[in-house]
Design a protein. Sequence first.
Length: 363
Amino acid sequence: MADPATVTTDAKRRHDPELRGFASDNYAGAHPEILAALALANGGHQISYGEDEYTQALQRVIRSHFGQTAQAFPVFNGTGANVVALQSVTDRWGAVICADSAHIHVDECGAPERVGGLKLLPVPTPDGKLTPELIDREAYGWDDEHRAMPQVVSIAQSTELGTVYTPDEIRAICEHAHQRGMLVHLDGSRLANAAASLDRPMRAFTNAVGVDILSLGGTKNGMVFGEAVVVINRDAPRAMKHVRKLSMQLPSKMRFVSVQLEALLAGDLWLRNARHANTMARRLADGVGGVGGVGGVEIVHPVESNAVFAKLPHDVAERLQKRFRFYFWDEAAGLVRWMCSFDTTEADVDSFTAALVEELGRQ
């Protein structure tokens, strides 16, 4: 074996650590407390595939947030969490009702259908939120062998459009779905941002109102990688452990996912990070579209989490993209999305606002 002192490497910083953008909360790095937790878990050997001490500790933390029946199944990523969760609560002939803007419908490359083997039944919504009335557009035909059977309603909290369900809205959905023999899945990739927006604990709009199973996010809120499926209704999923393995979402070194989730959720890090990201989004929206804000910018959805959706002249958006990274949401309509993260600073937001003012002045 080569002497480590004599081995050279090309490893070096390959990006500007001061560079900021508003494209995605996935662009942000890891929170220092998460990195410290990873280092803590790194020493020595631990049993693989979830029998380690950190995964066991995570279960206690999960129960403190989501009730005594809750159980976490760590996975690699958000799409994996959604596929595993939905696959575990549907039959081969099953279907899932969701908003037409839902991540599972728009941004997962067909994984729920192609990997999970289920049918999605998307419903148009003005704000990304389902209601009992909207659900009923697809909640029918359970005895029709020619139609995929609606078995699950999937909602996102916060939604893909940055809006947030109230606990009463989710309770109404759960009661409506359960009355029709369907379960409720919640895509919580930004669950912490919703809790921060509502100023309510996560249990207030999950287990307390009837959610059966959820995908719990962490990567968008300061983790390096990893999410979890959280089973609340123990009677809902079938063979979850087997479905996770079958779907290639079983981490062998699970402690490195679990310790991150534990560090995020055991104290208030999850809430601190989410509150900060939400506050920066509100500052951004106020700066570019609020009273006395920039002319030529229209904020198109309520800013209730860490996302800002705006319309602005196409040429302005293209020039601004050369200075700050962000995405068009609907390029033909001139609709863009700006995301804030746990590490977005007031200076970042103010610099972006100033750049937008400058570009608007060049029209």
